[in-house]
Write a protein that binds this ligand. Structure first.
Ligand SMILES: C[S@@+](CC[C@H](N)C(=O)[O-])C[C@H]1O[C@@H](n2cnc3c(N)ncnc32)[C@H](O)[C@@H]1O
Length: 329
């Protein structure tokens, strides 16, 4: 294989990844990102711009958020393309500096039916916690259609996360009681830093203004509650933090949209060892992250959905941002 062919293959793979993002992730959620992703997939100059970046920095969410942060939100493909081609160097530098640390507290709506059924109180350890917003499931409100739950503490107005559920979903009757909580992250997001908060906000997709409002409400709560965040790598530093979890609580280790950031061998190693540090391991990830768990779900599941699992058993298909939950009966 010549280097030229290698580059063409790499470009074709990247183009396919952007087409997949448009079809599976953006469609029905962000018309602008769907249009931009389709545009990138068909544009060799922008694909070459991306190929000059390290592989983990080529993803759509990073490109679109960095471009919006630098150039403002475009009104469509033409303006986006013009901006990117005119500011290549600055955009390249920004994409190297930033990473996709989207913190989506709405994912608590998917976790809650599992958390609420466990013996209380809980010790919660989140792996890949970003700003720690998913560590505060007891501080938010939830609207499951048939059932609504609301945090008793009203000193800061809680966001209410809507979550459409199927009939099999065990809608929680009470919020969990949390005795201990902490998060581990490669680069914890400091919400006292205005630039870091602005980046978190830019990571919310452009049309999703309700999501942005709820993110800001969750940030207000985190500013008061200050969940503990520890800098560390899930491949090396989990044991130390896990050993701090109190034994008189149900020890839960969970992660959402994180294990995709490490390779398949490291994921398998994580899955093998994690249950020795806790009573319950909750994974909320794309199904390809743990193919063995996905195989146990029986069917491939709806396109673009996450698979929610506890101790390796599939429980539900979940919207990646927590907007719906289809319990596997
Ligand atoms: C997409 S964000 C998800 C954040 C949060 N779990 C949520 O669902 O809102 C992924 C997070 O995982 C963190 N991360 C990636 N690789 C990691 C690693 N090896 N160890 C610890 N954290 C990691 C990133 O820094 C980032 O904050």
């Amino acid at each position: 294989m010549t280097p030229r062919n290698d580059k063409q293959d790499e470009r074709a793979r990247l183009s396919a990844a952007y087409r997949r993002f448009a079809a599976d992730e953006a469609r029905g959620r962000s018309p602008l990102y769907e249009e931009l992703a389709r545009g990138v997939a068909a544009d060799s100059e922008i694909l070459d711009f991306l190929l000059a970046l390290p592989r983990p920095k080529r993803q759509p969410n990073l490109l679109f958020a960095a471009a919006r942060s630098l150039l403002g939100t475009p009104d469509g493909w033409n303006r986006f393309r013009r901006g990117v081609t005119q500011r290549k160097d600055a955009l390249h530098a920004l994409m190297l500096m930033r990473s996709t640390q989207t913190n989506e507290p709405g994912r608590c709506a998917a976790l809650l039916p599992v958390l609420a059924r466990l013996p209380q109180p809980l010790a919660l350890l989140e792996v890949g916690a970003s700003a720690g917003l998913c560590l505060l499931p007891d501080r938010y409100g939830y609207d499951y259609g048939e059932g609504r739950l609301m945090s008793a503490r009203r000193d800061v107005e809680p966001p209410i996360f809507p979550c459409a559920v199927n009939a099999a979903t065990p809608i929680p009757e009470a919020l969990p009681s949390i005795a201990w909580r902490a998060g581990l992250d490669l680069e914890p997001v400091d919400i006292a830093d205005r630039n870091q908060v602005a980046w978190l906000e830019t990571l919310v997709w452009p049309e999703q203004t309700d999501r942005l409002t709820r993110l800001r409400a969750a940030l207000d709560i985190a500013a008061t509650d200050k969940p503990r965040l520890v800098e560390g790598d899930l491949r090396r530093d989990l044991t130390r933090l896990a050993n701090e979890m109190p034994r008189d609580a149900t020890r839960v280790i969970f992660h959402t949209a994180v294990l995709t950031y490490v390779g398949p061998t490291e994921r398998a190693e994580f899955a093998r060892s994690v249950t020795s540090f806790c009573d319950v391991w909750i994974a909320n990830e794309a199904p390809q992250v743990f193919p063995d768990i996905a195989a146990r779900a029986g069917t491939p599941g709806p396109r673009g959905q996450f698979l929610l699992a506890a101790n390796g058993q599939p429980l539900a298909w979940a919207d990646p941002h927590g907007a719906s939950l289809d319990w596997i009966a």
